[in-house]
Design a protein around this ligand. Sequence first.
Ligand code: ADP
Ligand code: MG
Length: 289
Amino acid sequence: MTKNNQEMQENNISFSPTDPTVPVPTPDMGASRVVNADNQGQPVIVIHDVHKIYHLGQTRVPALRGVSLEVSAGEFVAVRGPSGSGKSSFMNIIGCLDRPSKGSYWLTGKEVSRLSNYELARVRNRLIGFVFQGFNLLSRASAQSNVELPMIYAGLTKEMRQRRARQALQLVGLGTRMDHKPAQLSGGQQQRVAIARALVNSPSLLLADEPTGNLDSRTSVEVMAILQALNQQGLTIVLVTHEPDIASYASRQVIFRDGRLIRDEPISNPRDAQAEWDILSTQNPDEDY
Ligand code: ADP
Ligand code: MG
């Protein structure tokens, strides 16, 4: 497969992680909580000796070669590694978009590595929120409508959807921008809408794949400040980035090379994105936040 094809395929996978044909079984959808801070310290992800082999005609492409990892509720983990090292293959598996060829995966205590596509989609819709590099917002819909979308699939009443969407948008600092369409928002604000959309079903895990990849460094700080604030409220986050600078806002980083996890280390002094953002905003007080 050419690099382009591969990228297109990756983009297709990531374009619609929420399958509208699969209901979201969420018992507490009416509850006011948006950030899921349940079971702090308990394992959210337990991956044991996972392998992923792609078959291209007669060729076997080993993308993951025995990866094991545990992530507990409340952690903020950055996944790094050079291109081709297996990051996307790994994220597709932890995001329940794909299954391992070998090995096991428990998500919030339930083994998901052998589920059918339908069951996998149910688990995904219920437990995982996704944020991507290209915000994937509907351009003709307001911020509020974009955030309501995953709840339409979940079958919530209009009143409940509106209430939760407002809450989620307030949480990411966009309480006064709810009627704006994406084109009327800055890049950082659009990514914040996408983060609010990822949160409305109260996922146990937020997966962010290069969420600052399309943003300048100043706007990246803005987005990382939101992610850090959500993590401080207890949200579990796994973020893929190729930038060491961005990884240094997390509290732990794991590094892939050639389909293996070669390093797993705490970040002893994570950068404080909110403090950096405060300084940036006073330097440019005219900028619209
Ligand atoms: P990264 O995200 O770190 O760039 P990937 O997980 O995309 O790494 O790729 C790991 C390896 O698996 C690479 O050699 C890549 O070419 C291969 N690969 C990824 N996706 C596919 C696929 N759908 N079919 C065949 N090979 C693939
Ligand atoms: Mg990739």
